[in-house]
Design a protein around this ligand. Structure first.
Ligand code: NI
Length: 183
């Protein structure tokens, strides 16, 4: 596998705090290629051999804005079992419903744009139902849970200019943690 040429913006970049624009269809050839590249990048970051070779931090999701383009697109690559992966390409997403229950990632959320240790928890809905469009503009809904639900909410935040660190209370980074379930 060849590492795609993708530059990921650091949290200091003001662009990461801007709202991404709704996408219109059909997508250009460049956009389709860029989406493929983002998926390949994430997959390679999760395969130890490539992660080592190219010094990649493992990532599960990536929003378009993190690569410098303000469009409402994100991708997620979920490792199912030994080197088999499930790809999600999500365009113009909207959360249409969510569970009452909230969860947080015990070891902390990570982000390819945040290159430092972060203390604290980010409460997320345990389950969300999302309405979105696929790469051809076809509408669909998807219901996700647990870590994939966290990833979806993290990426939707990116489209609205929000980083997970923005959601952590600086004075009390573990505020109300007893109210949420750890995953
Ligand atoms: Ni992120």
């Amino acid at each position: 596998m060849k590492l795609p040429n993708i530059t990921i913006l650091d949290e200091k970049e003001p662009l990461l705090h801007q709202t991404s624009a709704k996408v219109t269809f059909p997508l250009s050839k460049e956009d389709k290629k860029h989406i493929e590249d983002m998926l390949t990048y994430l997959k390679m970051s999760q395969i130890e051999e490539y992660a080592e070779k190219y010094d990649l931090r493992a990532g599960m999701g990536l929003a378009y804005v993190q690569t410098g383009i303000l469009k409402r697109i994100f991708v997620i690559v979920e490792e199912l079992e030994n080197h088999t992966f499930k790809n999600y390409v999500i365009i113009n997403p909207e959360i249409i419903s969510h569970s009452e229950e909230q969860i947080y990632v015990g070891e902390g959320e990570g982000c390819l744009s945040v290159n430092r240790e972060i203390e604290g928890i980010v409460p997320r809905y345990a389950r969300v139902t999302i309405k979105a469009q696929d790469i051809d503009g076809n509408p669909f809904t998807i219901r996700v849970r647990e870590d994939i639900s966290v990833a979806f909410q993290h990426e939707i935040d990116h489209l609205n200019g929000i980083l997970f660190v923005d959601r952590i209370n600086k004075q009390n980074p573990y505020q109300n943690m007893e109210k949420y379930r750890e995953i």
